[in-house]
Design a binder for this molecule. Structure first.
Ligand code: NAD
Length: 367
């Protein structure tokens, strides 16, 4: 039995609540089976927090997240809160928690399970067995750079502008995250930039080369972002770890997500800087939103959330065997032909959110 892991659950809104319920069952099973030991706390975020406290995230919840070893979040948002003021919207809670936890590295794996290869819009042989990790810089670059704004010029024309800025420490710390991941995976990093046009990404490329010197066993290559987008749909299996800027990562990670064909299957992690003891703030969440169209109907696929838990076990707690076991239980569930509506295929057995949780728990116990 390992030491107690402090986990903060933020179910959020809509299907966030339903998929979190399945993860709670899996955590309870792991506890009972002696796989790992958790100290769970729970908080409100998004619309649920607006209803209870008038704001999408309270200072107390932020403090509890900072005190935890890892945070596992569902999703936020929904039509009920469409008309609240912009700075009180459920999504502001998400932005605030990312900012307050200093989460600068966003990890988005794109994995195509053999059984779901037909769900992609790309040909089976292009995507079957795909396993890439996109590492996106999350707190810098053009989304945050100053100066920014919209100004009216003397002649009356209006000018909109943003600044793409990266510093050496910002590039090196995201580079290290990518190389550390590559060491545990296929030992290849592809850094994506636009160094033929943008000075800030000339620096990005140079600094990635500096980081690479610390990792002699990892091969570094560089791609311009336009070529990277093309290669992602032409031959995605050539990649292991891709690392890139905030905006390029925003776009490429959604493109990679669609290679897998199903939003309900995609987990993610966002990591902060390691402290002197090697502890990092970390938030794990499915890529999908709160899906108001199917919320409360036992229709949501909980696998993205369950796979986010597996990422938490692997990256926050170094519980690789437990993460493998959980991921294998998901694979076995898919191999058995169990499907929620979003990934339904002819001849498969359709289940709801809870039924999918039951099936994963059954395979976990049998693993
Ligand atoms: P969404 O991801 O919630 O839903 C898009 C479509 O995919 C819907 O048809 C939905 O039914 C389906 N879907 C999503 N997850 C699914 C799952 N696990 N199982 C089965 N089907 C699933 O995106 P949206 O509709 O654009 O946004 C809805 C709300 O969620 C909005 O308020 C938006 O702001 C919010 N949102 C939150 C996050 C987040 O919390 N990280 C991310 C995206 C959107």
């Amino acid at each position: 039995m390992t030491a107690k892991k402090k986990v903060m659950l933020l179910p959020g809104d809509g299907i966030g609540q339903e998929v979190t319920a399945q993860v709670r069952r899996i955590i309870a099973w792991m506890e009972e089976a002696g796989v790992a030991s958790f100290e769970l706390s729970e908080g409100l975020i998004g619309g649920a927090s607006i209803d209870a406290h008038g704001v999408p995230l309270t200072d107390e919840t932020v403090a509890a997240c900072l005190a935890a070893d890892a945070v596992l979040m569902g999703a936020v948002g929904g039509p009920k809160w469409d008309n609240v003021p912009f700075d009180k919207k459920p999504e502001r809670g998400l932005l605030r928690i990312r900012k307050d936890m200093g989460l600068f590295a966003n990890l988005r794996p794109a994995i195509v399970f053999e059984e779901l290869a037909e769900a992609s819009t790309l040909k089976r042989d292009v995507v079957a067995g795909l396993d890439i990790m996109i590492v996106r810089e999350l707190t810098g670059g053009i989304y945050f750079g100053q100066p920014r704004g919209i100004e009216t010029l003397e002649n009356g024309d209006r000018k909109g502008f943003n600044t793409l800025v990266y510093t050496t420490p910002e590039i090196r710390r995201i580079g290290k995250v990518a190389f550390d991941l590559a060491v545990k995976r296929g030992k290849r990093v592809t850094s994506v930039d636009k160094a033929n046009v943008l000075e800030s990404t000339i620096l990005w490329r140079e600094e990635m080369e500096v980081v690479a010197k610390e990792y002699p066993d990892v091969a570094l290559s560089h791609l311009y972002v336009d070529n990277a987008a093309m290669q992602l749909v032409r031959n995605p299996k050539q990649f292991d770890v891709m690392v890139t800027t905030n905006m390029f990562g925003d776009i490429l990670s959604d493109c990679a997500a669609m290679l897998t064909g199903s939003l309900g299957m995609l987990p993610s992690a966002s990591l902060g800087a390691a402290d002197a003891n090697g502890k990092r703030n970390a938030l794990y969440e499915p890529v999908h939103g709160s899906a108001p169209d199917i919320a409360g109907q036992d229709l949501a696929n909980p696998l993205a959330m369950i796979l986010s838990l597996a990422m938490m076990l692997r990256y926050s707690f170094d519980l690789d065997a437990a993460a493998d076991r959980l991921e294998n239980a998901v694979k076995a569930t898919l191999a058995e032909g169990i499907r929620t509506g979003d990934i339904m295929q002819p001849g498969a057995t359709k289940v709801g959110t809870k039924g999918m949780g039951d099936a994963v728990l059954k395979h976990l116990a049998n693993a």
